[in-house]
Design a protein around this ligand. Structure first.
Ligand SMILES: Nc1nc2c(c(=O)[nH]1)N[C@H]1C(S)=C(S)[C@@H](COP(=O)(O)OP(=O)(O)OC[C@H]3O[C@@H](n4cnc5c(N)ncnc54)[C@H](O)[C@@H]3O)O[C@H]1N2
Ligand code: MOO
Length: 393
């Protein structure tokens, strides 16, 4: 079986995902979710020509006055009556201008004596210190596209657009299965031959900031029967994820158990290092992802496949991690037939590759704050060369 390029495997994985129903949430629960539909403004902002400053509303054409100050306009107060010629209106930030006024003189540049206003300072151009009605956005305007990530700024915009609740993508349910006879739960005694199972805790932590519900199904021994039963128990989840047992050894049962449980394999073995044995398919209505057991391989494949799949199912239009570039501070050797995802860290001078790139090297992973992406068959790189990096949250 030839190795599948990463981008092709990512596209095939997302294509396996069923469309889950959206939900309507109050604004207070929308942060961190993705919009299921576009958001259209139900009102214009500003709703009228508003003052941007505390001062006096005047007609610029009447400069330099003087003006008799007659009314007052404050945010939340009554809309002032139209302004007769030669008159000005006391006005405060956020308040509507009376009809006829077009400019605001700030109070620091005004002298008022017996309700007569004289300007101080330079002449004002018409419209100065005024926010025109609808200049931010207008009723009916599209404010946010479907698939947009809802952060603080987008929530503020939707609220100002007149919304109190938004349609957002769902929270996929993710079942985690760890496989391996050697594994014991976190914190349990580790007699010789045993190993603390770190992958489920790691992946749950990676999913922690995403809208999804994680169900840890525990540790399953390396047996066809046990793994088949574990997969059957996980049906009902939207994503079933296993780690370990994905390779070709006599104790790697994930692929055969997946097929025995009725799963349909879509792909296996990716042109990447680490992470080659990754597999994906569907089991009932669920998407299945079988990650390699090595902690670093599981981390890198979760970053490139699991997290985008969760974001996609949760409604993200742009589910893949952002990359950027940085100069190398250390040279790198040529790459082989797979794309390399090297553990690395950044400092003021650029990005440095961590010495140990073993896919079981948890200590090195713990030091990394980014991955360097090096395509297959890349030539050696020198210090100072720009490389693509994928920052880790
Ligand atoms: N003959 C070949 N051998 C291997 C190949 C290959 O192509 N031909 N691929 C290698 C690659 S690449 C990887 S990656 C590993 C992945 O193997 P598996 O997915 O089958 O993983 P396991 O053998 O079950 O475990 C590998 C390693 O990781 C430890 N592990 C497993 N689960 C956990 C966990 N939950 N927490 C912490 N550590 C875990 C396990 O004890 C092993 O040490 O296969 C290569 N072999
Ligand atoms: O792909 Mo494995 O993850 O190279 O060690």
């Amino acid at each position: 079986m030839s190795l599948i390029p990463v981008a092709e495997a990512q596209a095939r994985l997302l294509a396996l995902a069923p469309r889950l129903p959206a939900e309507q949430l109050p604004m207070s629960d929308c942060a961190g979710r993705w919009l299921a539909n576009e958001v259209v403004a139900l009102r214009s902002q500003p709703w009228a020509d508003l003052s941007a400053m505390d001062g006096y509303a005047i007609r610029a054409a009447e400069w330099p006055g003087p003006w008799r100050i007659t009314g007052e306009s404050a945010a939340g107060g009554a809309v002032p009556p139209p302004l007769p010629p030669g008159q000005g209106c006391r006005i405060f930030t956020g308040a509507p201008l009376p009809e006829g006024a077009d400019t605001v003189l700030i109070q620091e540049n005004a002298a008022v004596d017996n309700d007569v206003l004289h300007p101080e300072g330079a002449e004002l151009t018409k419209g100065r210190n005024v926010r025109m009605a609808g200049s931010d956005f207008q009723t009916g305007q599209r404010l946010l596209a479907a698939g947009t990530a809802l952060g603080a700024a987008q929530i503020a915009l939707a609220v100002l657009g007149g919304h109190g609740a938004l349609p957002v993508g769902p929270r996929p349910r993710v079942a985690l299965i760890s496989t391996g006879n050697e594994l014991v739960p976190p914190g349990a005694p580790t007699p010789p031959g045993s190993l603390p199972s770190s992958n489920a805790s790691m992946i749950a932590a990676m999913l922690n900031t995403l809208p999804c519900d994680v169900m840890d199904m525990g540790i399953v021994p390396d047996s066809l029967d046990a793994m088949t039963k574990a997969l059957e128990r996980a049906v009902g989840a939207d994503i079933i994820l296993s780690t370990g047992g994905a390779s070709v050894g006599d104790h790697d049962f994930v692929r055969s158990a997946f097929s025995r449980a009725g799963g349909k394999l879509d792909f296996w073995k990716i042109r990447m290092r680490p992470g080659k044995p990754l597999m994906a398919g569907t089991l009932g209505d669920a998407v299945f992802l079988g990650l390699p057991g090595n902690p670093v391989s599981a981390f890198v494949t979760a970053t490139l496949f699991l997290l985008p799949l969760v974001r996609h199912m949760a409604g993200a239009a742009d589910p893949f991690p952002r990359t950027s570039t940085a100069p190398l501070t250390t040279p790198l050797p040529a790459t082989g037939e797979r794309d390399d995802y090297l553990r690395a860290y950044r400092d003021a001078g650029g990005v440095a590759c961590i010495t140990s790139q073993d896919s079981a090297a948890a200590f090195a992973l713990g030091q990394a704050d980014c991955l360097i992406l090096r395509p297959a068959a890349s030539r050696p790189a020198n210090a100072g060369d720009q490389v693509t990096i994928l920052p880790l949250a």
